[in-house]
Design a protein around this ligand. Structure first.
Ligand SMILES: C[S@@+](CC[C@H](N)C(=O)[O-])C[C@H]1O[C@@H](n2cnc3c(N)ncnc32)[C@H](O)[C@@H]1O
Length: 273
């Protein structure tokens, strides 16, 4: 892709600064072409012909609805059902260990298009008879577009090819007619996850304290070290002593020995306060 002449280094630095302030996302030097491609769609939608002009409009109105489109355009949403499966096995053990507990609360804090929270919901449903009396799953993301997809629970059939036949049959409806080639989460599971927008950088998180488990996977890689450290401390304040934090495969390089002990690959147990 050739670079738009108005998209020079200075303009890229402006975009970087803005998305860092809004979402904590630290875009690397190599992302200039990606950024151009993604924001070009916004320029077309708004019939604007230069990125500096688009950024000027954003700057002039801190409350503009366009900020959400800008953020949505710059997030990376790669995900999959049962990605990094060891966390789901660990979660199933914790749910069994909580047998008799009144309520078990899980927060999936960067849920993207929903494959992760639906995987959590499947596990919770599977162990329901030997687990806590109730479970609550909150799923959130900063990106409103992926949250919308997540809440609808409709996916191309290829997305569930790797799931066992039992899970495909129990938790998905196969589309027919105009929906051939797609599947949908069955209504009994669809009721089990509450979706809401949460910016992990926001000073307050509208989620309950005393969570049993937090998933924060494959999002901290987009943040700088300071933001990562701050987030881990804030998660600690939201997780019960003995509860768990799961992070992504390349995200375990933070210092948190006073708050969490590592109990397995990218899995951390909250220490007593
Ligand atoms: C690569 S996806 C990871 C999805 C899922 N957790 C997984 O591991 O498969 C990263 C997600 O983090 C979200 N994200 C980025 N910055 C965020 C922020 N400041 N607050 C909340 N979510 C954010 C993105 O919108 C994106 O959906």
């Amino acid at each position: 892709m050739s670079l738009d002449p108005s998209f020079d280094r200075q303009t890229f630095e402006r975009v970087r600064g803005l998305i860092y302030q809004r979402a904590g996302i630290a875009l690397g030097d190599s992302k200039q072409a990606m950024v151009q491609g993604r924001l070009a769609k916004r320029l077309r939608a708004l019939s604007l012909d230069s990125l500096p002009c688009y950024l000027d409009q954003l700057d002039q109105d801190p409350d503009s609805a366009e900020w959400q489109h800008f953020t949505n355009a710059l997030t990376t949403n790669l995900t999959a059902f049962f990605r990094e499966p060891h966390h789901f096995e660990h979660l199933a053990q914790q749910l069994r260990a909580a047998q008799g507990q009144d309520v078990f609360r899980i927060w999936c804090s960067a849920s993207s298009t929903g494959e992760e929270p639906w995987s959590i919901a499947m596990v919770a449903d599977e162990v329901a008879a030997q687990g806590p009396r109730r479970f609550e799953i909150i799923a959130s993301d900063i990106d409103t577009q992926v949250l919308n997809t997540a809440a609808h629970g409709i996916y191309p059939l290829e997305r569930i090819e790797g799931l066992s036949k039992a899970r495909r049959q129990r938790y998905f409806l196969k589309g027919t007619g105009p929906n051939v080639g797609r599947c949908r989460i069955r209504p009994q599971l669809l009721r089990r996850v509450q979706f809401q927008q949460v910016n992990l950088l926001a000073p307050q998180w509208p989620v309950p304290a005393a969570l049993d488990v937090v998933f924060c996977r494959n999002v901290m890689i987009y943040f700088d070290k300071l933001t990562q450290r701050d987030l881990v401390r804030r998660f600690a304040a939201h997780i019960k002593p003995g509860g768990y934090l799961y992070v992504g495969h390349s995200e375990s390089q933070f210092q948190c020995d006073d708050l969490f002990e590592m109990v397995g690959r990218t899995s951390y147990r909250r220490l007593p306060a």
